[in-house]
Write a protein that binds this ligand. Structure first.
Ligand code: ZN
Length: 229
């Protein structure tokens, strides 16, 4: 674990990093990719497609264009509930719909990463960043679509954001620190930008072998996203 800015970040990052690393090896989580014999494959409670699996780099749906959310109905509520469930099961602090192969401008996060702290849960439809602070921070990030490693990314320390909530109502907020970082990471997914795109050259070179391994794994066993079925 490298430098992190404050104890809260440290605790969340430790949990994120440790458990992302465990994700591929913990048997109880493996059913998300391939259910044990006799257990039904998990499927989305909305469309019943088996997309309750986080797509990994270099899946093309992570780079695809994402459409605005236009229907603020019960299906959207169910989908975001499912997104939080998948996020917590993966020990994440944020998840964007394209990571599930759902190419919508929709993301969820809980900067605490703790389902017991559900009051910190935020659902963001069609989010935008209205203002970035010139002050930046360099911190370690991990991404559920890049299992097994982390890298240091520069982000604006504070941002002003606007989004629509589950009922379609517009909300505005100024986010700081860790919360601003999680938002920026997830927001990038909605533009098809991945955190490895933002790395400085030396950091990118350091993790290149990990990226190559993911590319090799994908080429050996391509995963069809729901949109490709
Ligand atoms: Zn990510």
């Amino acid at each position: 674990m490298r430098h992190v800015r404050d104890p809260k970040s440290k605790s969340v990052m430790l949990r994120l990093v440790t458990l992302v690393q465990l994700l591929s090896s913990v048997a109880s989580l493996q059913w998300m990719a391939a259910p044990p014999h006799g257990m039904p494959r998990t499927s989305c409670i909305v469309c019943e497609e088996p997309h309750s699996r986080i797509l990994e780099y270099p899946h093309p749906l992570l780079r695809a264009e994402n459409e605005d959310v236009t229907e603020f109905d019960d299906d959207l509520k169910r989908l975001t509930k499912e997104m939080f469930a998948i996020m917590y099961a993966s020990r994440g602090v944020g998840l964007a719909a394209p990571q599930l192969g759902i190419n919508k401008r929709l993301m969820v996060f809980n900067p605490e990463g703790d389902p017991k702290r559900w009051v910190s849960e935020v659902v963001l439809c069609n989010p935008r960043i209205e203002q970035f602070s010139s002050a930046t921070t360099l911190e370690e990030e991990g991404c559920l679509s890049f299992p097994g490693f982390t890298a240091d990314v520069v982000r604006s320390e504070n941002i002003k954001v606007v989004w629509q909530g589950l009922n379609g109502k517009t909300k505005r907020k100024k986010l700081r620190g860790w919360e601003a970082r999680v938002f920026q990471h997830e927001f990038d997914h909605l533009d098809g930008t991945l955190y490895v795109d933002r790395l400085k050259e030396d950091e990118r070179s350091r993790i290149q072998p990990d990226l190559d391994a993911l590319i090799k794994a994908y080429e050996a066993a391509p995963v069809a996203g729901p949109a490709a079925r």
